[in-house]
Design a protein. Structure first.
Lengths: 499, 326
């Protein structure tokens, strides 16, 4: 098992002109669809699947992988510029990134996202090369009980996402949990709150909900006061980062990378969860936590590093176990099967060119993305100077296309429209949308794993404390809860936010 | 008055044109792009088979056959769309054992007329399931030992599935009712998470579609006890059939092509012939067999008879196992 020999083999595959070319096409396409709201990597890869039939397996997978992580790069662009997350994993980037843009620092926010992503991507690639099999073993240790405890921890920590009233944040989480119960109950197959609408049987679509609540809602808010549009009023100053900025983002990027690399390995969690978690952690530990929600650069650096690291490491269960952790990986598995390669634990030994070629291509792809994205920042920022009455119809148009493309269903467009109204009402009452979305993601996973663990243990709740992993996660959750509730901290919190 | 006469003339002319069009319709078909609705997400088995056949139809008939994924509600959304589309042969769609045989019983209401059903074009592929067990959790080397082992510890063991009412779940129920064992069902959203938990030992066993499960078997992560097709499977030639222990045990995941009800029989027949020819091609046979799939092409009537048989079979299992209706 000589790692250098393997990497050399990978490099000789990945740096073949044809593979470099397809890698570049993938990254370019990925960036483009990442920028377009709602139109995600899943829909794009699905559309491109037939094209890959005629390609050699390595080129096909390198291109598809490029689309996937390219989208993680591009997704942050609209999140920062117009408060419209292009990808679900850039939802939290919108919180502080958009505030930075309003302060005239859109360029710095985009540069932070690109550099943080590049660093995280490189680290995750190395991790993938040296530790994929042991990391996959960690993923196997996460059974239903462990997932449940992880979700409990996530929910407790999600309170930290809110910057205003604790009670309101709590209300939003509960609202999100309730929305998450819509759809067919996995354990019994009983439809809940579906009102005989077949489209609701699989629950509300996260992308449609988040586009409505963030993007369209932001347009409504801007239209309310057309003459004092929030973004672009201030002059954009400096596209690059200052020395001070660099100092501030180093620690968050490292923490985000670590968290993202870990959560990405867990099937079902992936990049989205990683970005939420990284933001929540940063908000607790950062020395500049008072600035969060008002344009803290750490609030962009951490989640962007986390989602890119997570995107990279989410290949681990797929490549080492043959098990797809998210819909994009499922598509990659489909692409491999069509190529005559069935993903499984033997792919590394049976198809070394493919495995190592993909790993090396991820790094070269990340490099291409940074080179592609840094010069584009100036162009994106100039988009803010487009008159709003020209910009917003285009945004709404793209949002509708994006929402439709998720399931080729008009229903999702209506869901998006409905949630933009709900989001608008909530913002009028000063409720924040991020905790709602987190409750919406975590709720179904929490419930599913709780009931699954109880089924497996034949109704014995001690399953949650018997597993050391689960127990430690629960203890950690209790500690975080105690910290949040402790009088001294909550007083400080109030002070920090009532400036 | 003049206008009225003109209108009558136009209506008559249109009617004549329509009739003559109808006759030459099937011969000329297809003259424009055909949409192939896949009622499941891209990348899955149904999608893969749909795309493989669509690509060949494209080449043979000289028109684009475009796959459109309309996932949701266990395939009901896509099939509802298919049922509502024009029965002119320009919208056809994929269907599976779940969407076209199990859901008829499992769902109280469907977004289309159960009685009218669809016009079956041809079966494409049949995918056997394989019973895999975690060797640390289940001490058994064959199905007889498994049944004895589970009977000794009733209710203590678990099997995973890709969701309530899927062919993978019902295969488990079929085993339980036929052999009289008691075992707890643990449903997942999709089979990939489920097989992961069987590999890790969180759940004891499951039936899974053969291509992915075979890889786990070959890597020694799980033990294969039996396949659910009547003949042994090419990917796992040493694994016996369930039917050799429990006679008549068959639980395959099949995928076929359908047209909306009321599609002209000539068009259905034309498509059926093409699909059968596509599947009979050696290259396609090889491709499908490498995926662990049994390629099947048949006529519309044969396919309909098969669907009716499957619908009755799974209705009996659903009733015997008391699977809650949705």
């Amino acid at each position: 098992m000589d790692i250098f020999a393997n990497l050399w083999l990978g490099a000789s595959t990945a740096f073949m002109p044809m593979n470099l070319f397809y890698g570049f096409i993938g990254c370019l396409l990925g960036t483009a669809i990442g920028v377009l709201p709602g139109l995600g990597p899943t829909a794009t890869i699905a559309m491109l699947l037939p094209i890959t039939f005629g390609l050699p397996p390595e080129s096909a997978l390198i291109m598809l992988a490029g689309i996937f992580y390219g989208a993680q790069y591009g997704g942050s662009t609209t999140a920062v510029l117009i408060n419209l997350p292009g990808e679900s994993s850039s939802v939290v980037t919108a919180i502080d990134g958009y505030q930075m843009a309003r302060n005239g620092r859109a360029g710095a926010a985009l540069a932070t996202a690109a550099l943080g992503s590049f660093f995280a991507g490189s680290v995750a690639t190395i991790l993938l090369a040296v530790a994929a099999p042991p990391l996959a073993a960690v993923a196997l240790n996460f059974g239903p009980a462990e997932y449940f405890s992880l979700m409990v921890l996530g929910l407790v920590a999600s309170v930290a996402l809110a910057s205003g009233s604790l009670l309101k944040a709590f209300a939003m989480i509960v609202f999100g949990l309730i929305l998450g119960t819509i759809g067919t109950d996995v354990e019994s197959g009983t439809p809940r709150y579906v009102f005989d609408i077949p489209e609701l049987y699989d629950g509300l679509n996260f992308v449609a909900v988040s586009m409505g609540i963030f993007g369209i809602c932001e347009i409504l808010r801007n239209l309310e006061s057309e003459h004092e549009r929030s973004v672009g009023v201030k002059r954009v100053t400096g596209l690059m980062l200052t020395k001070e900025d660099f100092k501030r983002i180093i620690a968050p990027v490292l923490r985000g990378t670590a968290l993202g690399s870990f959560l990405g390995v867990l099937p079902g969690g992936g990049a989205m969860l990683a970005s939420f978690a990284a933001y929540a952690v940063e908000k607790r530990v950062s020395p500049n936590r008072a600035e969060f929600g008002k344009g803290a650069i750490e609030g962009v650096a951490a989640p962007e590093s986390a989602n890119n690291a997570g995107a990279q490491t989410s290949f681990i269960p797929m490549l080492t176990l043959g098990i797809p952790g998210n819909p994009v990986m499922a598509l990659m598995v489909g692409a491999m099967i069509i190529q005559g390669i069935t993903p499984g634990p033997n792919v590394i030994s049976d198809e070394p060119e493919l495995f190592w070629g993909m790993i090396v291509s991820m790094w070269s792809g990340n490099l291409m993305l940074v080179i592609l994205n840094l010069p584009l920042i100036g162009l994106w920022v100039r988009m803010l100077t487009v008159p709003y009455h020209l910009l917003f119809p285009a945004i709404i148009g793209f949002c509708c296309i994006g929402a439709y493309s998720i399931n080729n269903s008009v229903f999702d467009v209506f869901v998006m429209a409905g949630f933009s109204v709900i989001g608008f009402a909530l913002s009028k009452m000063r409720f924040e949308p991020a905790p709602l979305l987190l409750g919406f993601i975590l709720g179904p996973m929490l419930e599913e794993n709780l009931r699954r663990a109880m089924l497996i243990s034949q109704g014995d709740p001690s399953i949650f404390v018997r597993s050391p992993l689960s127990l430690s996660l629960l203890i950690f959750a209790v500690v975080v809860l105690a910290l949040v509730l402790s009088p001294s901290i909550s007083r400080k919190r109030e002070e920090a936010f009532t400036e | 008055m003049k206008l009225r006469r003109f209108m009558t003339f136009a209506a008559v002319a249109a009617a004549i044109c329509a009739t003559s069009l109808q006759a030459s319709y099937a011969q000329d078909y297809p003259t424009k792009t055909v949409t192939v609705v896949v009622p499941f997400a891209a990348g899955g088995n149904t999608d893969t088979f749909g795309r493989l056949v669509a690509e060949e139809l494209d080449k043979r008939l000289g028109q684009r056959f475009i796959v459109e994924n309309k996932p949701g509600a266990g395939g009901n959304i896509g099939l509802g769309d298919l049922a509502r589309s024009n029965p002119d042969g320009y919208t056809i769609g994929m269907g599976t054992v779940s969407s076209n045989a199990i859901n008829q019983t499992l769902y109280k209401t469907l977004p289309y007329d159960k009685e009218k059903g669809f016009a079956p074009i041809s079966l494409i592929a049949s995918l056997p399931n394989v019973l895999v067990v975690n060797p640390d959790k289940i001490k058994a080397n064959n199905v007889e030992e498994l049944i004895a082992f589970l009977k000794a510890e009733p209710g203590k063991h678990t099997y995973a599935s890709s969701g309530v009412g899927t062919s993978i779940h019902l295969a488990g129920e079929l085993l339980a009712t036929k052999s009289g064992i008691k075992i707890t069902h643990v449903p997942y959203k999709g089979s990939s998470q489920a097989i992961l938990d069987v590999v890790a030992g969180h759940v004891d066993m499951m039936f899974d579609n053969i291509p992915t499960a075979a890889q786990q078997v070959k890597a020694g992560k799980v033990k294969a006890l039996a396949v659910t097709s009547l003949e042994t499977a090419a990917l796992l030639p040493d694994v016996p059939t369930m039917a050799s222990v429990i006679p008549g045990f068959e639980a395959t995941s099949w995928h076929g092509l359908f047209a909306p009800p009321g599609t002209p029989p000539e068009i259905v027949e034309k498509l059926s012939k093409e699909v059968q020819a596509i599947i009979a091609e050696p290259a396609m046979q090889e491709k499908l067999k490498a995926m662990g799939v049994t390629p099947v092409g048949n006529t519309s009537a044969e396919f309909q008879a098969f669907i009716d048989k499957e619908t009755v079979k799974w209705a009996e299992v659903i009733k015997a196992a008391n699977v809650p209706l949705q």
